[in-house]
Design a protein around this ligand. Structure first.
Ligand code: PMP
Length: 410
């Protein structure tokens, strides 16, 4: 057993009691896109607005002080959750903004120059591909990538040719949002650092689902989104090693991030403030603080174990259905809880439609990873993804729904 009491957890998520248009109860299997929010998170946000709302880091009044305290408490909670120092946690809008921030600052700060190499992987979400394409275009650097094996893993045989002395940045996902693959980030970071490159990890799909300690990973930057880990939308995190953040120029500029401003020029505060221009999303940060406390109380080891059980069941049930093909690793070793699959002869949108009629909410499409779809020769897939509140019965409902789709379109 995982040690997770799903029944007790589900009571914290009223939305999971919904009955849909079709009359079917909601089976929410789309947490890789965004997760549902527990009462503890909603209450924390509401409590902030009801009692403490003010602009942080400004004003001498009591509410401003309380709001600042709440915001900085959230930063401390996030730092504890990923094993970092508080001043290494920068609040952003989401993972996408964190990656854009780093790509922009590395270029503007002269860390990536013409002739340098930027290395990504063929399994990246567009959020961790397009900003690097743009950085390469702006600087004259070249973009290269790790290819994928048929099983859905990085082909590491090319690592020494790919990451060389002219490699400035390696940016890769920790856990694929399609294949579920968990990448050997430590191994790649070691090679990158030996070659003098900086390493950014897209942890949008890993931090919500498994214990992640930034010191263990041995990387330079790591980003994730609150909305994928029980927190509100509009808040994300960029973690960076302090010495590096302290050397990087700002991304967005304006209020709250300056030291001295004259009409001609300005100097900037140290991190994290340097990277948090303007009045921040305070209530959302408070919500994220509540979310990491909630996950911390469950224990990320237990969260992972629970998801592993559901994933193993899903892989077993789906691969037992003739005509269903899973793209991604077939076992739960180094694999997270997103399961993407094709059903022979049925378009993923039709699979999604039949599942929706049965209350089963999944994602269909290219999952913001078009090169990955091309690699496996599919235009789109159906993707189910699991979280702390999902049950064995819900995974069984997924498999039943896929069989129903086959029957419907036979
Ligand atoms: N990277 C990965 C692996 C993702 O799954 C996602 C969201 N689907 C993102 C980045 C982008 O996250 P956001 O849209 O919250 O910025």
């Amino acid at each position: 057993a995982s040690g997770i009491d799903v029944g007790k957890i589900r009571a914290d998520f009223p939305i999971l009691q919904r009955v849909l248009r079709s009359g079917a109860p909601l089976v929410y299997l789309d947490s890789a896109a965004t997760t549902q929010k527990p009462l503890q998170v909603l209450d924390a946000e509401r409590d902030f607005y009801l009692k403490h709302n003010a602009a942080v880091h400004r004003g001498a009044h009591q509410l401003a002080e309380e709001a600042t305290g709440a915001y900085e408490d959230a930063r401390a909670a996030v730092a504890a959750f990923i094993g970092s120092r508080q001043e290494e946690v920068v609040f952003t809008k989401n993972a996408t903004e964190g990656i854009n921030l780093v790509a922009y600052a590395l270029g503007n700060g002269g860390w990536v120059k013409a002739g340098d190499r930027i290395v990504v992987t063929e399994m990246e979400h567009h959020a961790n591909l397009v900003p690097w394409q743009e950085l390469a275009r702006r600087t004259g650097a070249t973009l290269e990538w790790f290819p994928l094996t048929d099983e859905g893993r990085l082909d590491l045989s090319v690592i020494d040719d790919l990451i060389t002395e002219n490699t400035a940045v390696v940016a890769l996902t920790h856990q694929s949002n399609v294949l579920g693959t968990v990448n050997p980030v430590e191994v790649i970071a070691r090679r990158a650092h030996a070659m003098g490159a900086r390493v950014l990890v897209d942890a949008a799909q890993s931090v919500p689902h498994r214990p992640v300690d930034v010191a263990d990973l041995g990387v330079d930057f790591l980003v994730f989104s609150g909305h994928k880990m029980l927190a509100p939308g509009g808040i994300g995190v960029l973690w960076g090693r302090y010495e590096l953040l302290a050397d990087l120029p700002p991304f967005l500029t304006g209020g709250s991030m300056i030291e001295i401003v004259t009409m001609e020029q300005s100097t900037y505060l140290p991190p994290p403030q340097r990277f948090e221009a303007g009045v921040p999303m305070t209530a959302q940060a408070v919500g994220l603080g509540a979310a990491v406390r909630y996950l911390g109380e469950l224990g990320m080891d237990r969260v992972k174990r629970h998801e592993d059980q559901l994933t193993e069941l899903a892989l077993g049930l789906l691969s037992g259905i003739p005509g269903v093909g899973i793209i991604g690793p077939s076992g739960t070793d180094d694999r997270g809880s997103t399961v993407a699959f094709s059903v022979d002869g049925i378009h993923p949108h039709d699979v999604g439609q039949v599942l929706d009629d049965q209350g089963v909410a999944v994602r269909v499409g290219h999952h913001c990873a078009r090169p990955l779809m091309r690699r496996y020769g599919v235009p789109a897939t159906t993707r189910a993804s699991f979280y702390v509140y999902n049950t064995v019965e819900e995974v069984e409902a997924l498999a039943r729904g896929v069989r129903a789709a086959q029957k419907f379109f036979a």
